[in-house]
Write a protein that binds this ligand. Sequence first.
Ligand code: DX5
Ligand code: ZN
Length: 219
Amino acid sequence: MGKLSVSILSADLAHLADQVKLVEPYADAIHIDVMDGHFAPPITFGPVLVASLRPCTPLVLHGHLMIEMPESQFEELAQAGMDIVSFHIEAVEDPAPVIRKARGAGMRVGMTVSPPTPVESLFPYLEELDDVMVMSVYPGWAGQRFMPEALPKLEAVRAELDRRGLQADVQIDGGVKLDNARRCIEAGANVLIAASAIYQAPDPAAVARELKAIAEGRA
Ligand code: DX5
Ligand code: ZN
C-alpha cells in the first residue's frame, strides 16, 4: 500500500507534461501545492493549471491547499479535475462543514498540519478523512530541510488510525529524500511526497523509482 506522490513545485513548469511523464511509472499521485500569498507567502498554482494538467496524466491529482478559505476554491478545483484536496486545520474555524463541502464538490478530502500544530488536533475528524498529511517543513517552498519532529506525529496518527480501524492514508510532506524516506515509512507514513529530491536530481525517474520502492518496503 506504499505510495509515491510527486510534487510539481520543483518541476520545470515550462515542460510540465513531460516532467510528469518522467515519473509516471513510479508515482501514484501528483501533489499540487496551491498557495495564496496569505496562508503561505508564495502564490503558486490554481484551477487553471489543474485543468491543463488533467488530460496529460491518469495519475491522481492531489491538491495541498495552503490557502485561507479553502472551501472557496472547491468547486473550481473539482471542475478542473482535482481528485482530492487536503486543507490545513490552521486555515479554517470549523473543519466539519469544509470536509462536507469538498465531498459535495465530488472530491476526496484530507487534512494537514503545519509543523507547530499537534497532529492530535485532527483526531476528531479522522473518521471523515481519506488522508492525513503531516508537514515536515513550513508551508511555502520546496527544498527545505526535513524536520524530524514530524516522525512522532506520524507514529501518533498511525497508532490512532489503527486503534480505530481506519484506512486513511498518512502522508509526509517536506524535505523527504532518499536518506530519510525509510524512517518516515517506519514511523507510519504510507505516502511519501517529494519535490526537490526528484526534480533537482540529475535522473528524476531513478529517484522516483527508488522512493517508490522504499514506500512499498522493497528497499
Ligand atoms: C511546501 C510544499 C511541499 C513541497 C515539498 O510548502 O507543501 O509539498 O513541494 O518540496 P520538497 O520535497 O522539496 O521539500
Ligand atoms: Zn505540499
